[in-house]
Design a protein around this ligand. Structure first.
Ligand SMILES: C[S@@+](CC[C@H](N)C(=O)[O-])C[C@H]1O[C@@H](n2cnc3c(N)ncnc32)[C@H](O)[C@@H]1O
Length: 314
């Protein structure tokens, strides 16, 4: 298979969860993270009356998806945007399906030019949207040590966040850090020798943390998910695939909150305005089985949650 191909994660499950809401003629699916359109294509195939609005922050993804989805062109609209723009993109329309497959795509990781990969040398970029201003080099060379340390600790769950942040600040005083290899080497030298021998590439967590910061991944999700859920029609379904616990916590909190009765404690009868708007379609988070992970190691950390809209907001 082409190395740049994206193998869609939990594709069968995603289709099975969304398809029941998308069988009606003209039902709209918003794929908020189109990537190489693996999930979108499976749904266009499964639901012949469905229309797709495919969104991606990465122009390269939109261009590639345009070609991949050419056979379905009359049912497809592609938009280069961030997914917090979903309400503006939809306007007065409502969606029957909503899919978020969060994080980076394989083509982004595999293209050394993009600077996501610690294994190959490249400029420290990591922007999903290359029209955005802030790059990983800006973060690495511009943030104070304490802020860098917080990011590495929080977003990378990096035990040696402080040591790495201090090393970065020391090294950038010599010369700005502009390449992935130099950053990898600094991280490697900053952690204790004994831990270097275990647990894969020591720069992995630092790179994940920087990517989350550069793209404001958690802030965008926190803002975008509630707004996106508001565009779902009654009977519409949402599926979210998250790839680390911070992301998944945001998703879980929002879906559980919307699926619970919000009547303040002490009121004798449930308040209509506080009735749940959604029902959960998954119990906890679903994970790929070992067979899928063996075939597609990037699926290993995936957590899937889904819900159905059962009531309009009062
Ligand atoms: C894991 S991939 C999606 C793969 C896709 N489901 C498939 O089957 O090919 C995630 C995609 O989301 C995009 N993305 C990440 N953050 C985004 C955002 N805030 N707004 C829009 N797209 C975003 C990335 O550029 C990437 O192409």
């Amino acid at each position: 298979m082409d190395r740049a191909q994206h193998v869609p994660v939990l594709a069968g499950r995603v289709t099975a969860l969304l398809a029941p809401a998308l069988v009606a003629e003209g039902a709209v699916l918003v794929d908020a993270t189109l990537g190489r359109a693996g999930h979108a294509r499976a749904l266009l195939e499964a639901c012949p009356g469905m229309f797709l609005i495919g969104i991606d922050a990465d122009v390269a993804a939109i261009e590639a998806a345009g070609e991949l989805l050419a056979p379905y062109a009359e049912r497809v609209t592609l938009v280069h945007a961030r997914y917090d723009e979903i309400p503006a993109i939809l306007g007065p329309r409502q969606a029957m399906g909503l899919l978020f497959d969060l994080g980076v795509s394989s083509p982004q990781l595999d293209d050394p030019e993009r600077g996501f990969a610690y294994a190959q040398d490249a400029p420290l970029d990591m922007r999903m949207d290359r029209t955005a201003e802030r790059t990983a080099a800006d973060v690495v060379n511009g943030y104070p040590a304490a802020e860098l340390s917080r990011i590495l600790h929080e977003y990378g769950e990096e035990r040696f966040a402080r040591r790495i942040a201090e090393a970065v600040v020391r090294e950038r005083a010599r010369a700005p850090i502009t390449s992935t290899q130099r950053l990898s080497a600094i991280v490697k030298d900053a952690i204790p020798a004994a831990t270097r021998r275990t647990g894969g590439n020591p720069a992995k967590r630092t790179f994940q943390a920087l990517r989350i910061e550069v793209n404001d991944e958690l802030g965008t999700l926190r803002r975008a998910l509630p707004a996106a859920l508001d565009v779902l029609a009654v009977g519409g379904r949402v599926v979210v695939l998250a790839y680390h616990s911070l992301e998944d916590r945001i998703v879980k909190r929002e879906l559980v909150r919307r699926s619970a009765d919000q009547t303040p404690p002490g009121l004798p009868v449930p308040a209509a305005a506080a009735a749940p708007q959604f029902r959960l379609l998954t119990r906890g988070a679903e994970r790929p089985d070992s067979e899928e992970v063996t075939g597609n190691p990037r699926a290993a950390s995936a957590r899937l949650r889904a819900a159905e809209r059962i009531r309009q907001a009062a």
